[in-house]
Ligand binder design. Structure first.
Ligand code: 6PG
Length: 484
């Protein structure tokens, strides 16, 4: 136990799936780590399962022991459920810590909570880093993508560990970075998850078109996704989609996907990303549609009743040639969802004075995280060029969208006519068409607002606010006088 003669390089609290895998990753990278878990039995199991790495792991049986086991200035990573538990453990740890010590919240915390916690720790000498950790179990063990926010000097305390354990992109760069003060890291992780929702939903919609429109079996659909994973859509989510669709249930011999209930769960980050997008005045309709689709999926009993009333959308009459458009349509939808996510981050950066480095964010998402893909390298390049208000108008992406949006249009049209739901893809198309329309229809909205509320409007031919004289000589419109 020579490695244990000195104190541990870092501490970790919370040996759940993410926490234990992250601890093993840290140990494997040569750091000594003190670990603690509220349920003490879990610590023994963890030590037993950590094999040769146990030599670098120092078990602690109380918060006091955990703190005492770490080399000052201490860094303690919390890998515990977001919300109240984080407040409780920060409150319990802070009195035990000393000037310069750092608590790292590695959970999926609401960035507003992180901002509040950073503020409330001011004057204690202890600082909080809010760090989004993405990549699930495997990412935590083999190399996650990490998005940190908080005090830059405090981040320096954990930087060597974070950079060493992070996933590495193809060019060898670590997929982790300090992104800005207080809640910046958790905000970026929230938007990562929103994009993850949109990406997954659009993939699921294409699966629906192939299943219900083209009548293909899961294994056949898997073949399409596996092939698409060789091209511009190459990504972790497309890769695992092919694997999920290929898997067979050992009990029944049926495709796994066919025995899984079509009710999706969610833990909250998707909803937060949609709410923050609206709050910041940057609609993220692809993400919103994806969150909405998960909610609708959970209303299974209502859907069964509605299907009896209206009939099932079974995709009758789907033109076979539409299958050639699916890859490009998915790509176009994905570009729009990412454009929306980055636009929300730019708005947050401006609103909160974070100065978020968009190219760095795209770069640290290239590996390790759930939305990792080849295409994030192109996004990083696009944002590293001349400033653009939206990814859609960055030259390389404008070229891609010019090529791909007709396919998205044909797929959304064909799916709608065949009564197949494609809410996220059609939301993406609606956003694209609205964004590129130089004369929209908000002239009418402004007219309506001025009519009923004297809200005023701007004229195209004169400066200043104006009011309309709205048909005062005409018959008033009686509510209910129209037939539909
Ligand atoms: C990741 C994931 C991870 C997790 C979330 C979202 O980046 O590793 O986003 O954080 O999957 O819990 O999951 P829900 O689908 O349950 O909201």
């Amino acid at each position: 136990m020579a490695a244990m003669a000195k104190k541990a390089d870092i501490g970790l609290f919370g040996l759940g799936v993410m926490g234990s895998n992250l601890a093993l990753n840290i140990a494997e990278n040569g750091f000594s780590i003190a670990v603690y878990n509220r349920e003490l039995g879990r610590i023994d199991d963890f030590l037993r399962d950590s094999g040769p790495l146990a030599g670098r792991i120092l078990p602690a049986r109380s918060l006091e022991e955990l703190v005492a086991a770490i080399e000052p200035p201490r860094a303690i990573i919390l890998m515990i459920p977001a919300g109240k538990p984080v407040d409780m453990q920060i409150a319990a740890l802070t009195p035990l810590l000393a000037q310069g010590d750092v608590i790292v919240d590695g959970g999926n915390s609401d960035f507003r909570d992180t901002v509040r916690r950073v503020e409330s720790l001011k004057g204690t000498g202890v600082t909080l880093i809010g760090m989004g950790v993405s990549g699930g179990e495997e990412g935590a063990r083999r190399g996650p993508s990490m998005m940190a926010g908080g005090d830059l000097q405090a981040f320096a305390r954990i930087e060597p560990v974070v950079m060493k354990i992070a996933a590495k992109a193809r060019d060898g760069e670590p997929c982790a970075a300090w992104l800005g003060p207080d809640g910046a890291g958790h905000f970026v992780k929230t938007i990562h998850n929103g994009i993850e929702y949109a990406d997954m939903q659009m993939i699921a919609e294409i699966y629906g078109v192939l299943r219900d429109g083209a009548g293909l079996e899961p294994a056949q659909i898997a073949g399409h996704f596996a092939r698409w994973n060789e091209g511009p859509l190459e990504s972790y989510l497309v890769e695992i989609t092919a694997k999920v669709l290929k898997a067979v249930d050992a009990d029944t011999g049926k495709p796994m996907v066919d025995i899984i209930q079509d009710r999706a769960g969610q833990k909250g980050t998707g909803v937060w990303s949609a709410i923050e997008a609206q709050r910041l005045g940057r609609p993220a309709s692809g993400i919103e549609a994806a969150v909405g689709a998960r909610v609708l999926s959970s209303l299974k009993a209502e859907r069964i009743e509605a299907a009896k009333l209206f009939g099932e959308p079974r995709g009758a009459g789907l033109a076979p040639e539409i299958l050639d458009d699916l890859e490009r349509a998915l790509f176009a939808g994905k570009v729009v969802a990412y454009a929306q996510g980055f636009s929300v981050m730019q708005a947050a950066s401006d609103a909160f004075g974070w100065n978020l480095p968009l190219p760095t964010i795209a770069k640290i998402w290239r590996a390790g995280c759930i939305i990792r893909s080849r295409f994030l390298g192109d996004i990083a390049d696009a944002f590293a060029g001349d400033p653009v208000p939206n990814l859609l108008v960055a030259p390389a992406f404008a070229t891609l969208m010019r090529e791909a949006h007709p396919a998205l249009r044909r797929v959304v049209a064909a799916a709608s006519l065949a009564e197949l739901p494609v809410p996220a893809l059609s939301a993406a198309l609606g956003y694209f068409d609205t964004y590129r329309q130089s004369r929209g229809t908000a002239d009418l909205i402004q007219g309506q607002r001025d009519f009923f509320g004297a809200h005023g409007f701007e004229r195209i031919d004169r400066e200043g606010p104006h009011h309309g004289k709205w048909g005062i000589d005409e018959q008033p419109v009686t509510p209910g006088s129209t037939t539909y």
